[in-house]
Design a protein around this ligand. Structure first.
Ligand code: AVI
Length: 322
């Protein structure tokens, strides 16, 4: 019963957000809804695309600069909680976890993810891969779960926010997010934040316009999710994917473009009309300069302490102190 109530609350919020986005003059959907089970798999496929350089760049940082990263996040011998926002399969953080365990640091790993499936898998698999790991998975929204983490433990917090997830928020929203994150932390807590940097515009655009068309499927999958969960009738063959990158402001954006005049219905709501060539804004993947990211830290109550780069300097993991 409790589970059913929870599910219907989530569906109601999803429905409200989808309708609000599609009924507004500039149609848009929220990219946080990309990640159902198929979306999770498509994102893993994107990470394996030759054009999607972000994952390998950040992996290189975590693999080759593990000791320096560990030294920068712990900053003292005190025990701490290592909290990962949007942990996914922990394929990058595992390098840090393994190193901290080998060095006998006292910490509990608290992955937070909106997907219960992700948390269950991590809680099952990680202890076998990393004997001795203390893990306390938290399934839910980031800030609700951060609050919960504080009630569970009073230890210093080190938060991981990897993968340039910060780039999936427009800058004003990213500022609000970082301020809210800071409000859940205490002085001297630390954040390890990953961000994709500005670079050759062609390299960036190719990462969001892969030849195999997986990014297109990733975007269309949200329409399929809306069909399934909200009894809608999108015809995915009548939408194409369009990605663009603005090298001036660093915004890489994805759209779905209507291929004809059409109407779609979402269970119980008035039909929604699309003109031919009308776009649904699907996602922003913001690219940063080092200076911009440092400024974001300073504007939101953090102090940028260290920067770590991959060899090509395409990606940056920064340590911010609260
Ligand atoms: C999860 N996030 C950082 C990815 C990105 O690069 O913006 C999501 C993604 N969208 C298309 N490709 C990957």
């Amino acid at each position: 019963m409790h589970m059913n109530l929870l599910i219907s609350k989530e569906v109601n919020t999803f429905r409200k957000d989808v309708l609000q986005g599609l009924q507004s003059t500039s149609k848009h959907l929220e990219s946080k809804y990309f990640y159902d089970a198929t979306g999770d798999q498509l994102f893993r496929d994107i990470m394996n695309c030759p054009e999607y350089y972000l994952t390998n760049c950040e992996l290189e940082i975590l693999k080759t600069q593990t000791a320096q990263l560990a030294a920068a996040i712990k900053s003292s011998a005190e025990p701490f909680d290592l909290i990962e926002l949007g942990a996914g399969d922990a394929s990058k953080s595992i390098y840090l976890l393994r190193y901290l365990l080998a060095q006998n640091h006292a910490f509990t790993y608290m992955p937070i993810d909106i997907s219960g499936n992700v948390i269950a898998q991590l809680s099952n698999k990680l202890p076998a891969l990393l004997p001795g790991l203390l893990i306390n998975g938290l399934h839910g929204e980031y800030f609700e779960m951060l609050k919960k983490a504080t009630t569970l433990s009073s230890r210093r917090k080190v938060v991981l926010f990897l993968g340039s997830n910060i780039g999936n928020m427009p800058l004003t929203e990213a500022t609000i997010f970082c301020k809210a994150l800071r409000s859940h932390l205490s002085i001297h807590d630390r954040l390890l934040i990953g961000a994709d940097l500005k670079k050759d515009p062609k390299t960036i655009l190719a990462a969001y316009n892969d030849k195999a068309g997986i990014t297109k499927q990733f975007n269309l999958n949200l329409l399929k999710r809306i069909n399934r969960e909200l009894q809608a009738d999108f015809d995915c063959n009548q939408f194409d994917h369009y990605a663009c990158y603005d090298p001036e402001n660093g915004a890489c954006k994805s759209y779905l473009v209507s291929l004809q005049n059409q109407q779609i219905t979402i269970d119980g709501a008035a039909p929604i009309s699309f003109h031919k060539d009308e776009c649904i804004a699907m996602e922003i993947s913001q690219k940063f300069t080092v200076k911009q990211l440092d400024q974001l830290a300073l504007d939101t109550g953090f102090y940028p302490v260290n920067h770590f780069f991959d060899d090509k300097e395409w990606f940056m993991d920064s340590i911010w102190e609260a």
